[in-house]
Design a protein around this ligand. Sequence first.
Ligand code: IPM
Ligand code: MG
Length: 367
Amino acid sequence: MANPSLLILAGDGIGPEVMNEVKRIIDWFGAKRDLTFDVSEDLVGGAAYDKHGVPLHDDTMAKAQSVDAVLLGAVGGPKYDDLDFSVKPERGLLRLRKEMDLFANLRPAQCFDALADFSSLKRDIVAGLDIMIVRELTSGVYFGEPRGIHMEDNLRVGINTQRYTEAEIERGARAAFDLAMKRGKKLCSMEKANVMESGILWRDVVTEVHRDYPEVELSHMYADNGAMQLVRAPKQFDVIYTDNLFGDILSDCAAMLTGSLGMLPSASLGLPMANGRPKAMYEPVHGSAPDITGQGKANPIACILSFAMALRYSFDQGAEADRLEAAIEKVLADGARTADLMGPEGGTPLSTTQMGDVILSALDESL
Ligand code: IPM
Ligand code: MG
């Protein structure tokens, strides 16, 4: 059988730096676990704009549609702030999500024990935290029409539209319930049914889908209360299902509970392809971090954990994903820290590559 194919879109800022470490991990699996991927690389975001004048070339879009999984680094940077909205780096990422129809965005927030003291919350509130946010990723206010800025009575008016069909709510809900079945069998759905009709529909549809998952305990929460509960008592949650915009905000909030945004991976999954694998893109939750770009300071763990999610969700290699996650847990327990993980006690942080080195050694030890 042909090797599974991966398209790497490292993107901008620290994207290429953290992706370099992922490439070394991919090579390790080829050399030591007989798990070889056909890897190709291309441009996205500002890097694509610099070369092609667009943040995602049509050829790159076509490649992304044809591979088994896409690994994305990060997009954006101050250099591109003044570009026309239609060619901003972020549009490249949003096009990938939309055209690949990656409707289920899985954002796990797990607190590694070694990092519990780095959280802005007290250790006992976050230690052992393991929640999964499922964010609807291809609809809602990110894509709704009408949108734009126009003139009305000599005043500029900005419009975006929150729009959800019941089918869109339902398929994401099924993904969330399926995950809940494999985890703690608890699902909390978040919307603003108190002020938004789309929220009322959201609550109705999730309640209907629940009939097919009687074992899962379902609750509903207004998203603002959800934000409050996430910082008050995050361990009350198992799986959270929410819309595109609330999911964007709540997942940043959940990420920070774990100590550093540099730790959080994500998977964006769509419908199954002909080979049975879901359309998929994996990316760290953090952005391009222009403030530290090119300094070798970036934490590669979020990007490496995103590859672990690819092993699990695209390639049915749960045991190898466990191996990679355990290697990361081990180096953290042994005290390996990049700059974002330095506590008040100080010390010398590892560079991006040095963090890659220790993870590779831990992988070797796992054999
Ligand atoms: C995210 C990011 C993106 C989003 C940006 C870069 C377009 O914040 O993946 O959370 O808003 O979805
Ligand atoms: Mg975000």
